[in-house]
Design a protein around this ligand. Structure first.
Ligand code: G3H
Ligand code: 13P
Ligand code: NA
Ligand code: ZN
Length: 328
């Protein structure tokens, strides 16, 4: 059944687990997530970015997710809009039937300019006022996602900035977080702790200087009743990179967010963990391998089947690792 995200996050907080929120763009990804959730008895957050809506079209996405709900009636599903860049975008998603939206006011509507704090508060509050009247949950974001290695803002997928920043801009301030939540009334807050979107997050296995798990603890201490969200939280498994490279892919050395660090975050208020890249890597590794092993194959079902199975495997791992399994 379609549920609000708030319901799922409240249950996660009461029971001390985290929910992976997987990005979806197509049929195989939706099926992989639902099969994994059904087999592990986990609740589901599926989210669509602006890029996903552009790729699939809003109506296709809406009905893909509705098809998932109809096929798995016992699984609770929140349908979430990822990184809404303006109140108008959020309103559009709500009209389409999304049960949850993110108003990302950390950047202005151009997706490039770092927004002022007052702009972020005002636009986020506007969305909360509209959404809550309709029973829709709202995620806000405070601080700028980006690398503490290079001091550059996230630019992987076009909703970030590539300008140089200070360490403080790249880490959410706990005092400001408390003020932001009080002024906006958001259901969940995305925080900046050194993660960024995409496959190239860290040039080495991250330590505390470049992945600030300590900052999560400070924020959680200050606002213990706010559900925290980690973006850019793919783990970028080395074994998948290896399969991609062995089968003709070219990806340079890179590291993601280790699952143990996410588990530490979950002990300190992290309830939603955004994952897109790991599914992309899993599907690409499977497709590259299949086509390399089967040079005369040409039916898309032949290679999309192992791709879907690989995506499902990653989802099952995360449901289990984040303590979600059995909570559906
Ligand atoms: O927000 C980040 C997700 O990875 C979505 O990426 O904008 O390429 O669809 P995208
Ligand atoms: P990854 O690129 O690490 O999968 O992050 C996805 C995300 O944060 C979507 O909002
Ligand atoms: Na942002
Ligand atoms: Zn994100």
């Amino acid at each position: 059944a379609l549920v609000s995200m708030r319901q799922l996050l409240d249950h996660a907080a009461e029971n001390g687990y985290g929910l992976p929120a997987f990005n979806v763009n197509n049929l195989e990804q939706v099926q992989a997530i639902m099969e994994a959730a059904s087999e592990t008895d986990s609740p589901v957050i599926m989210q669509a970015s602006a890029g996903a809506r552009k790729y699939a079209g809003e109506t296709f996405l809406k009905y893909l997710i509705e098809a998932a709900v109809a096929t798995y009636p016992k699984t609770p599903v929140a349908m979430h809009q990822d990184h809404g860049q303006s109140p108008a975008v959020c309103e559009g998603a709500i009209k389409l039937g999304f049960s949850s939206v993110m108003m990302d006011g950390s950047l202005e509507a151009d997706g490039k300019t770092i927004a002022s704090y007052d702009y972020n508060v005002a636009t986020t509050k506007q969305v909360v006022d509209m959404a809550h009247r309709l029973g829709v949950s709202v995620e806000g974001e405070l601080g700028c996602l980006g690398s503490l290695e290079t001091m550059r803002g996230d630019k992987e997928d076009g909703h970030g900035t590539d300008s140089t920043m200070t360490r403080e801009m790249l880490l959410t301030d706990p005092e400001q977080a408390a003020d932001f939540v009080k002024k906006t009334g958001v259901d969940a807050l995305a925080i900046a702790i050194g993660t960024s979107h995409g496959a190239y997050k860290f040039t080495r296995k991250p330590t505390g200087d470049i992945l600030a798990i300590e900052r999560i603890k400070e924020i959680h201490k200050r606002i213990p009743n706010t559900h925290l969200v980690m973006h850019g939280s793919s783990s970028v498994p080395q074994d998948l990179l290896k399969v991609i490279r062995e089968n003709g892919g070219e990806m340079k050395e890179t590291y993601g967010v280790p699952v143990e660090e996410i588990q530490e975050g979950i002990k300190h208020g992290v309830r939603k963990i955004n994952i897109d890249t790991d599914i992309r890597l899993a599907m690409t590794a499977a497709i590259r391998k299949y086509l390399n092993d089967n040079k005369s194959a040409f039916d898309p079902r032949d290679y999309l089947k192992p791709a879907r199975a690989a995506a499902k495997e990653i989802c099952k791992q995360r449901y289990t690792q984040f303590g979600c399994a059995g909570m559906g």
